[in-house]
Design a protein around this ligand. Structure first.
Ligand code: DX5
Ligand code: ZN
Length: 209
């Protein structure tokens, strides 16, 4: 379970970092540039602050153009997993290789309207795939039901190629769909609003598990 810090309370960020440290598995950090997506989230000062207190690995989801420019910088901060959108760069293969060279795990992300088949040429270069179950850009959106079928299709291709690539689902994940997502083949679930907008985040994380 990877709580998305986009939904955290930024006035009391340390409290929400501790909730992840105590109850979850990864920190999911959404970086938006206002160009690749019509929203701006947060940048290096916030990632560095979280890094200073994180006891769980950081999973950074880049929603920025030219993600290749910032690989080294995230590696230096101590990020464990770095992903970018397939259509955010003209050199996806090179970018995946570069991420792996730094020692981070490399991930590729697609929005719900991009065919899962577009990932197939790159699967052998990926440690994980993020299938968006909402359109990237904002927290708190409604889960798109077609995601289950996309997970099954992707999982079958990963198995067919004999690869060890994890499937991560991002957007609208909550305790009422988490089991079906895992049953379909997902291994990492991102959840922002469901966790941090609840009165009892620890309980929601356990319910997701
Ligand atoms: C959307 C982000 C998500 C988002 C998830 O662009 O990639 O990680 O924060 O938030 P919820 O769980 O609220 O849909
Ligand atoms: Zn995300």
């Amino acid at each position: 379970i990877a709580p998305s810090m986009l939904a955290a309370d930024f006035l009391h960020l340390a409290d929400d970092v501790n909730i992840v440290n105590r109850n979850a598995d990864l920190f999911h950090l959404d970086i938006m540039d206002g160009v690749f997506v019509p929203n701006i989230s947060y940048g290096f000062p916030v990632v560095e602050a979280i890094a200073s207190a994180a006891e769980k690995p950081m999973d950074v989801h880049l929603m920025i153009v030219q993600p290749e420019k910032y690989i080294e910088r995230f590696a230096r901060i101590g990020v464990s997993m770095l992903s970018f959108h397939l259509n955010a760069t003209d050199k996806p293969a090179q970018t995946l290789l570069h991420i792996r060279e730094t020692g981070m795990k490399a991930g590729l992300v697609i929005n719900p309207d991009m065919p899962v088949e577009s990932l197939y040429p790159y699967l052998h270069l990926c440690d994980y795939i993020i299938l968006m179950s909402v359109y990237a850009g904002f927290g708190g959106q409604k889960f798109i039901e077609e995601t289950y079928e996309r997970i099954r299709t992707l999982k079958a291709e990963i198995d067919r190629q004999g690869l060890n690539v994890k499937i991560e689902i991002d957007g609208g994940v909550c305790p009422s769909n988490s089991k079906a997502l895992i049953d379909a083949g997902a291994e990492i679930l991102v959840a922002g609003s469901a966790v941090f907008k609840s009165d009892d985040p620890a309980k929601v994380i356990n319910a997701l598990k």
